[in-house]
Structure formats: C-alpha cells, structure tokens
Write a protein of this length. Structure first.
Length: 187
C-alpha cells in the first residue's frame, strides 16, 4: 500500500464532500500529530500500518467533544473514529475480551491487533483494521467478525468516493443523497 494511494483516496473523498456536502465536510477532523499517534501506539501496544498513520496525519485529531468524522462512510450511525476515539474503543473491546475470553482463540471477539476505525456510538457495530495485514474487517454485536471487507483503507475510501459520485450524478440506485448540504446514506 503506497502512501500516495492513501493520500489521494482521502483527498478525493474530502474534495467531493467540500463540493457537494459542505456541512458533512465540516465534520472532517484536523490532522493528528506524529507525537499523538506514537503515544497512542504505545498505550495500545501496537504499531499502526503506514496507511492508517497516513490517514491519521490527514484527519485523526479528535480534540473536540465528539472525536469522529460524522456521516462520511456508508451505513447507519457509523462514523470514522479520530485517534482518541479509536483508542477508547480499542481498550473497551480488549477489556471485554479479557473479562470474557472468546471460546475459540482462533476466532476471538476482539484481537489485540485490530484497530477500530469506524463505529456506531455504542461501539457495537463497525469496522476495524487488522494491523498484521492492513485489511479491513467488520464487527457487530453478537456477530463473529468478518474479514477482508476491504483490502486496504484506501480501498474503503475509494469505494466510498465511487458511491458519492453515483449520488452527485443522480445515478439510479444511488446509496445516498445530499440534503441541506449534508450527505445522507440510504441503507
């Protein structure tokens, strides 16, 4: 995964939002600092892959009360997590795994190498990035995690931009709409 691919995928997404859904674009987080990313890695005990670090350096600071970029990715109540929100969700999931270990260690509820990148407000449903492979998987309350949802983070953002282009072109079957300068995903 090239750094440039990640940067381009994210920039295409932000450019679309700024042009077509400026209210949603306003929720895009500011860049995280390298020091903040390194500190979070130490607290979680993982080394983040280059593509995740690259994205966080573009939009990972979450100094505000919410700490997420709202409504950017398809799905209901699923927000891109900022660095501190990732860390909080990670520790929450790891605490559940420690307190009630998965029956089958080959298929755990949560793994120490999974970093949550998208989540609902309750951390019940979302997506994670497996730091070992860079692949995106999904998690759900009571569901076994699924793997290979996207090959890389840039693929998730590129697919999202493709959906956005369908919306702006008025393509039949588009998975969302813009209303009041806000992107609304249709499930």
């Amino acid at each position: 995964m090239a750094i440039r691919d990640m940067q381009l995928a994210w920039q295409r997404l932000v450019d679309w939002l700024e042009t077509n859904a400026p209210a949603t674009a306003s929720s895009v987080l500011a860049p995280a600092t390298p020091a903040a990313i390194t500190a979070a890695e130490k607290r979680m005990g993982v080394v983040l892959p280059v593509d995740l670090r690259t994205w966080l350096l573009a939009s990972g600071a979450d100094h505000g009360p919410v700490g997420v970029t709202e409504g950017v990715v398809p799905g209901s109540n699923r927000d891109l997590l900022g660095l501190a929100a990732m860390e909080r969700t990670y520790h929450f999931k790891m605490e559940i795994e420690r307190d009630d270990p998965s029956y089958d260690p080959e298929f755990p509820f949560w793994h120490e190498q999974w970093i949550p990148i998208i989540s609902d407000d309750d951390a019940c449903y979302g997506r994670f990035l497996d730091v070992r492979s860079g692949q995106i998987g999904s998690f759900g309350d009571g569901d076994a995690p699924s793997f290979g949802v996207h090959e890389f983070l840039s693929a998730l953002f590129s697919e999202t931009v493709d959906f956005m282009k369908q919306i702006s072109s008025g393509a039949p079957g588009a998975t969302g709409r813009v209303q009041g300068s806000r992107l609304i995903w249709v499930l």
